[in-house]
Design a binder for this molecule. Sequence first.
Ligand code: SF4
Ligand code: SF4
Length: 266
Amino acid sequence: MKDHHESTDHPVDTGPADSGRRAFMGVAAGVTAAVVAPGVVLHSVTAAPRSEAVTSDVRWGLLIDTAKCVDGCSACVEACDRENGLNLQTKPEGASQGHWDDQKAVWIRKVKLQDNQTGRVTNLPMMCQHCENPPCVDVCPTGASFKRADGIVMVDRHTCIGCRYCMMACPYKARSFIHKVMEEQLTLVPRGKGCVESCNLCVHRRDFGQESTACVDACREAGHEAIVFGDLKDPESNIRKHLAEMSSRQIREDLSLNTGVRYSGI
Ligand code: SF4
Ligand code: SF4
């Protein structure tokens, strides 16, 4: 298996201020803004965050159709970077590009698999698999790594002590460590030096009632529709209908983690 970090250059990124504004507007549908004084903008948000508790009635997940995942496309990676402010990370002065590429936080990456016998190549996006029985949670000494009732596995940055046990325990290399102070960041997705983080299924979107994720939207906009998001417990959901129609697998099924992310065509 070859594991490629695709390019994380972001030609459509328009800078920190625009990224923050775009993310804010994306979540708070129905935002209105008024200029109250030169340089001061008052935002009024009409879309409210969820008021009811998260329940285990739903289990969020992703289905990736590898037959539709295109070699060389990194739309999902770039969208995740923009959505979560990962594109605002800056290379430390003096660090080599190669060292920085290995160190910077990445929540989703493209992986290329090659069958050595047939030469067949398969591309797939890889992110936190949102395991039902997550090893990262088992080993976390502070409880910072946790699983929500709706199946989303995430990190509480207030209690993460940066020990990185979870990074060692994760079989999917899904977690990243923030090595340096972030000069610029999004209010929606704050991050701090010394914390571990990973894909959280765009949890801020979940909690404002949005129905998709940034990677799913970007893949569709790129014309591929290789990723489906939805409730694995709802027989009427799109993801369940797709799963009923095609065979799918968990990566490292042998570990019995019952992942929330499934792949077809591998
Ligand atoms: S994929 Fe890794 S980080 Fe995500 S839940 Fe599983 S063990 Fe934890
Ligand atoms: S679900 Fe959201 S956080 Fe997870 S990989 Fe996709 S865009 Fe990134």
